[in-house]
Design a binder for this molecule. Structure first.
Ligand code: FA5
Length: 341
């Protein structure tokens, strides 16, 4: 038995020295010291050894078992250290390699302009509302007091989806949607895309507007002038001058078109190409909400009044950044877009 034991010990030592991984060492541990391991079986067969030899054999068995356990621990430490070294080698990071630059995107200049304008009104206590791009005739025209034969309803201005639906031509239908579902007082701004059959240097088939309206008791044209003057000065600078010109919209009475003093020539006019010599640039439409609009949403025009305005976002961005052609916003030329990062 002792011979077998010595042979087993030598084999185990040789095998442990060759082991290259923790799993190989673990397999050897099971093979020799597991519940049915070779050494365990020898220990179990000690009772078959004649009693007089048992102490000597037993002592040797114990010694070999302890030695083997120690060898296994040593082998484990060795292969673990090897494995760790290999893992470090494999995952080594060369910090001197130049980094790969990530192409970071940025907000589109039209989006930046929308955010800037909306922030000005939010600071004044306005809430943001939105509505659908695909509208029905009622909200886009009828409830806004457009007569049935108004030219804006014409196929040449409006993109119709089918008999009942169209791509909204302005953000004003959201006035109706908000007033239909809520009661005054209201202070609302509505940023959104709008669509018209238009295409030239200053007109795009898809463009953006920001609608604003305020409904309460005793709202006057002076409130409209005050709010717009403040907002435009925040947007274009404290020296900005505003001019209100009488105009017409079916949904406001009285109505005004609002010009700002030309930013390019400082209102001097004469040779200026941007304001075409007038010293003024048109920037938005506005007015006092027409009583017929209040009637359409069930408000009592004797009790409430309100103002509304609609601003062309691309037009504002063109003035602010002195852009000559509205189409540069949608041609995705990175040389143009990178100027707004
Ligand atoms: C309106 O759309 C009215 N809904 C504005 C309004 C709201 C008036 C509330 C009163 C009360 P208008 O058609 O003028 O009005 O358009 C408003 C602005 O949108 C214009 O001043 C212009 O800046 C911009 N705009 C109009 N058509 C285009 C276009 N095709 N491309 C780019 N901007 C446009």
């Amino acid at each position: 038995m002792l011979e077998g034991l010595e042979g087993l010990y030598q084999d185990a030592l040789a095998a442990l020295q060759k082991a290259k991984s923790t799993s190989e060492v673990e397999q050897l541990r099971v093979r020799y010291l597991g519940r049915n391991g070779e050494l365990t079986l020898l220990v179990r067969s000690l009772r078959e050894v004649p009693p007089e030899e048992r102490p000597r054999v037993g002592a040797r068995l114990n010694a070999v078992k302890e030695a083997l356990e120690a060898e296994i621990r040593t082998a484990l430490e060795r292969v673990r250290a090897d494995e760790e070294r290999q893992a470090l080698e494999r995952d080594r990071v060369d910090v001197t390699v130049p980094g790969r630059r990530r192409a970071l995107g940025a907000l589109h200049p039209v989006t930046q302009t929308i955010e800037e304008i909306v922030d000005i009104f939010v600071a004044l206590g306005f809430e943001v509302a939105t509505g659908p791009d695909i509208e029905d005739d009622y909200h886009n025209f009828t409830a806004l007091n457009f007569p049935p034969d108004h030219p804006a309803r014409d196929m040449q201005d409006t993109f119709f989806v089918d008999e009942s639906y169209l791509l909204r031509t302005h953000t004003s239908p959201v006035q109706i949607r908000v007033m239909e579902s809520r009661k005054p007082p209201l202070r609302i701004v509505v940023p959104g895309a709008t669509y018209r059959h238009d295409d030239d240097l200053t007109h795009s088939p898809m463009f953006h507007q920001i609608e604003g309206f305020l409904v309460d008791e005793r709202v006057s044209m002076a409130d409209l002038k005050g709010v717009l003057t403040y907002a435009m000065r925040e947007l274009f600078g404290p020296e900005t001058r505003l001019r209100f010109r009488a105009s017409f919209f079916p949904f406001t009475e009285p109505s005004a078109e609002v010009d700002i003093g030309c930013l390019i020539c400082g209102g001097q006019g004469s040779q200026c190409r941007v304001c075409k010599g007038s010293g003024w640039l048109e920037i938005l439409g506005a007015g006092m909400i027409d009583p017929n609009v209040f009637a359409a949403v069930g408000y009592d025009a004797e009790k409430v009044s309100g103002f509304a305005f609609g601003l062309g976002v691309e037009r504002v961005a063109m003035l602010k950044y002195q852009i000559a052609d509205i189409r540069t916003f949608t041609t995705n030329d990175l040389r143009f877009l990178r100027q707004f990062v």
